[in-house]
Design a protein around this ligand. Structure first.
Ligand SMILES: Cc1ncc(COP(=O)(O)O)c(C=O)c1O
Length: 646
């Protein structure tokens, strides 16, 4: 493999790496500090890698800090990823694998020829070519002022380095005559590594055994290790997924420094690594965290903030850790409150993996045998999908009448439902908006039958829909119970059920409610911070504005690409449905998977959804902006323009 790549690059085959060690570059014994530029380095926090200017500033502050701690020189590791070169919204992978070492000096510093050889100096580079190895030093903006004689003996004055300049050192085997770029694609690292030496080790600045690995050029064995210790049924996106080491806003950086646009993360609603959440967690953890039976402020504050965002009747909160727990609890409350067992749900929905939540979930994408294996107390309704399904277009209002008839049948057969549960915008079908008036009709029928209504807002609530903070507002209804999770914790495990005081009180028939970490001090400050940031940064407004732009552009693509059957959804909860035929609506399932793979190649993480797995699910963090929307639509356009129907 190494040989193939080396040959491809026009390099000699491997086998004669740089053999020089313990050569002397400095006139003395400077203390060297190492500066980590890899993806996980703290200097890249808060998006410092997003622009050249920010990256330069972050590096220079980090170098100054190391000098302030007493270092004479600062070096970066060789053979590692330099994520200060990672940039967002890039179609192609970036050259992030460093062929050499960066060097800064705290004061004017003489350096010596580490071996004898010929010197060639240009405005930006000085090269010392010895018998065994070649040293290259280049600098930004230039190397002017470096004195150089045409040839030097060992220990003779090579140059004087100045503070405030970032020098780049590389050491190559003498017979490498190719130009050595500062950085190469991580995929090419394996070809370069045998041609190069680690300057810091060659010059004795770091331990010689700290030799480089091909960092970031592939992490295949982690997937094998994952497969060996996690259950097969615990899936991950993609057969060969990038390993993600950092996130910022709606961007993700893989271990090799490649940046991906995150189109699917409705958990980290504020954008990845939001500094206010990170600070809130750290501050609360530093002072107090415990189970939720203690008396502390943050749980009360969060409950007050949450109920203030909901209709007046929904005034009582239970905190849990996840969407599944929230749905489980809501269904249980409904059962105990009504004294009934039967539950009514819409087909193709997903509500969680716990006992009751799983019972009302019939998405075949999550469980192909779901419909055949429901308990007899679960009843399902047709998916009210106006695009495909029994009633299309203007006839979609009939879904509500059909549902009302099912409720009446349940009543007359002696099985009136305890509760009806539904996502107010239909995630299971790919972000499909329910027909106007659907929930109004079904809620009133269920209530007339003595049942309760549950809005599962786990995916769509908390501002994602833009115009409506909660999905049920889009339908003009007020549910009896609301389930909330995912974005509520911005990736931290936090969920809630909000209901009326009377329904909440029914739980007493089954004992006391306690969830150790549901609404713990740390979880509660996270939830509070999430609600504050959504308001302070007007993320719902952003979802409305950017979502409208994105939907508009996607609808524009539908004029040119027959395969786009529909663009579903609202705000930043959209679905692009692919069909092979706009009349038969034959789902373009394999094509959708292929489109996702092609988009991954172009730096975009997006996944198929829906029962037929033919819908691109679009639910990015709400930090999403127009530049990202345009990047995404252009990439979809490119992929569809070059695709062959499969
Ligand atoms: C609508 C809906 N409800 C409930 C859940 C379950 O949430 P969790 O995965 O946090 O248990 C999900 C998860 O995808 C969901 O989409």
């Amino acid at each position: 493999m190494t040989e193939i790549i080396a040959q491809h690059l026009g390099l000699r085959p491997p086998g004669s790496p740089v053999e020089v060690t313990a050569a002397r570059l400095f006139d003395g014994d400077p203390s060297a500090a190492e500066l980590d530029l890899r993806v996980g380095s703290r200097l890249l926090d808060d998006g410092a890698w997003m622009t050249d200017a920010d990256a330069r500033r972050a590096v220079s502050e980090a170098v100054d800090a190391l000098f302030a701690q007493g270092a004479d020189i600062v070096v970066t590791p060789f053979g590692a990823i330099d994520a200060t070169r990672s940039r967002p919204l890039a179609t192609d992978p970036a050259a992030t694998w460093r062929t050499g070492t960066d060097l800064w000096v705290s004061g004017e510093t003489r350096i010596l020829a580490p071996w004898s050889g010929n010197v060639a100096a240009t405005g930006t580079q000085i090269v010392l070519a010895g018998d065994s190895a070649t040293l290259r030093i280049s600098a930004d903006p230039d190397m002017s002022g470096l004195p150089a004689a045409p040839s030097l003996g060992v220990g003779e004055h090579l140059a004087t380095l100045r503070p405030g300049v970032r020098y780049r050192l590389s050491v190559a085997a003498a017979d490498v005559d190719a130009e050595i770029p500062d950085a190469v694609l991580p995929d090419h690292a394996v070809g370069w590594i045998s041609q190069l030496g680690n300057p810091a080790a060659v010059f004795g600045l770091v331990a010689a055994d700290g030799e480089a690995t091909v960092d970031g050029s592939g992490d295949g064995d982690l997937l094998d290790r994952r497969a060996a210790v996690l259950a097969d049924v615990q899936e991950h996106y993609y057969a060969r997924p990038p390993r993600i080491d950092r996130g910022w806003k709606h961007h993700l950086i893989a271990d090799d420094g490649r940046v991906f646009l995150d189109m699917v993360n409705n958990v980290t609603v504020l954008g990845h690594s939001h500094p206010r959440v990170a600070r809130a967690i750290a501050d609360q953890w530093r002072t107090f965290n415990s189970n939720s039976r203690f008396h502390y402020q943050s749980i009360v504050t969060l409950a007050e903030k949450l109920t203030a965002l909901l209709p007046e009747s929904l005034d009582t909160v239970f905190f849990v850790n996840s969407g599944s727990e929230a749905v489980e609890l809501a269904l249980r409350l409904a059962r105990v409150h009504t004294g009934r067992d039967d539950l009514l749900a819409v087909r193709e929905g997903y509500h969680g993996w716990t006992y009751l939540a799983d019972a009302v979930s019939t998405s075949s994408a999550d469980n192909p045998r779901a419909l055949q294996s429901r308990p007899e107390w679960v009843h399902t309704l047709d998916v009210p999908n106006a695009f495909r399904g029994r009633h299309r277009g203007e006839h979609a209002s009939r879904y509500a009448d059909d549902a009302a008839a099912v409720v009446r049948e349940l009543v007359s057969s002696g099985r009136p439902p305890a509760a009806f549960i539904c996502e107010p915008v239909y995630g299971g079908a790919g972000g499909v908006t329910l027909p106007d008036g659907y929930l109004k009709t079904v809620y009133s029928e269920v209530r007339a039958a003595g049942g309760l209504t549950i809005a599962d807002e786990v995916q769509v609530g908390l501002g994602r829909l833009g115009t409506w903070f909660w999905g049920f507002q889009q339908q003009g209804v007020i549910p009896d119970l609301v389930t909330i999770a995912k974005s509520f914790g911005d990736g931290h495990p936090l969920g809630a059920v909000v209901t009326t005081r009377a329904i909440a009180a029914s739980y007493a028939a089954e004992g006391y409610f306690f969830s150790s970490t549901g609404g713990s001090p740390v979880s509660s400050v996270v939830g509070s911070t999430v609600l504050d940031v959504i308001a302070d940064e007007d993320l719902a407004g952003n979802a409305r504005r950017v979502g409208a732009h994105l939907k508009n552009r996607l609808q524009g693509l539908a004029h040119r690409h027959e395969i786009i059957g529909a663009v579903h959804g609202e705000g930043l909860y959209l679905g692009v449905e692919f069909v092979r035929d706009r009349v038969t609506l034959e789902p373009a399932t394999t094509e959708t998977t292929e489109i996702c793979e092609r988009l991954l190649e172009r730096g975009i993480i997006v996944q198929p959804t829906g029962n037929l797995m033919n819908v691109l699910k679009i639910k990015p963090p709400l930090s999403f902006d127009e530049a990202a929307a345009d990047f995404f639509v252009d990439a979809v356009d490119h992929v569809l323009s070059s695709a062959h129907r499969g």
